[in-house]
Design a protein around this ligand. Structure first.
Ligand SMILES: CC(C)(COP(=O)(O)OP(=O)(O)OC[C@H]1O[C@@H](n2cnc3c(N)ncnc32)[C@H](O)[C@@H]1OP(=O)(O)O)[C@@H](O)C(=O)NCCC(=O)NCCS
Length: 210
């Protein structure tokens, strides 16, 4: 199973959480469309499935997201169907659209109402869309929603220490390194460390004036 870094819970079990109803059979609540200069973050539409399948399962993406690239079978239409269903039902997960197609997803998870915090994760599926500023634009759009309408105080994430591109992207968005979890995960027989990062509402506001 791919462990999607940036999406793991960072808060303790004793805190009150409002879980996102990802498995609910009811119609999903509307999610706002978020805009960046070149990206649109929106609810999924059926053509996203073709885009997702065309991007395939890139081994480097898998490695950066915490999977074992040695076990990287081709992505199947069934997997894409479940990916799409998960997206459709999760009002805090957005398709990142750029250049007229779905290039990835971004999501908030583990919303903790009492502490006004959440965790963040993002993935752009194909390397041809990396290092072109799309990740930064998408992340800033989600943070705008998190610290705006949602009224959060803190958004946190975990990222594998070797994932320098992701760390650079998060730092550009204002995330601060808070620590490192040494040998926190074992992937393909290798111990790997994770960097813990977070951004607070006033840090976001000082970076992006209202
Ligand atoms: C992480 C990810 C979302 C970032 O999005 P992106 O569009 O590629 O990032 P951006 O272009 O906005 O910013 C990346 C920055 O890192 C820099 N960078 C690229 N490779 C780098 C490296 N090896 N070391 C340091 N910086 C690097 C880029 O130059 C860019 O900085 P710049 O704009 O100052 O030139 C995207 O690359 C991705 O989805 N990767 C695969 C999955 C993944 O890693 N997910 C995150 C798991 S925590």
């Amino acid at each position: 199973m791919v462990r999607f870094f940036g999406s793991d819970p960072l808060s303790t079990a004793s805190r009150s959480r409002v879980p996102v109803p990802a498995k609910s059979s009811r119609a999903a609540p509307a999610r706002p469309t978020l805009e960046g200069p070149r990206v649109t973050l929106r609810a999924p539409i059926p053509t996203d499935k073709q885009d997702r399948l065309a991007h395939g399962r890139d081994p480097e993406f898998r490695r950066m997201a915490g999977g074992d690239p040695a076990t990287s079978p081709p992505l199947t239409p069934d997997e894409v169907d479940s990916w799409y269903e998960g997206l459709r039902r999760d009002p805090l997960q957005w398709v990142i659209e750029a250049e007229g197609r779905c290039i990835g997803t971004a999501r908030l998870r583990h919303v903790d109402v009492g502490n006004r915090s959440a965790t963040y994760a993002i993935g752009i599926f194909h390397p041809r869309f990396w290092s072109r500023g799309y990740g930064t634009e998408a992340t800033l759009a989600v943070l705008g929603h998190a610290f705006g309408k949602m009224g959060l105080h803190r958004v946190a994430l975990r990222v594998l220490e070797f994932n320098r591109r992701a760390i650079a992207c998060y730092e550009k968005c204002g995330f601060v390194r808070e620590g490192i979890q040494r040998d926190g995960v074992r992937i393909g027989g290798e111990w790997l460390s994770e960097v813990l990062m977070a951004i607070l509402d006033h840090e976001y506001r000082s970076r992006v004036p209202r």
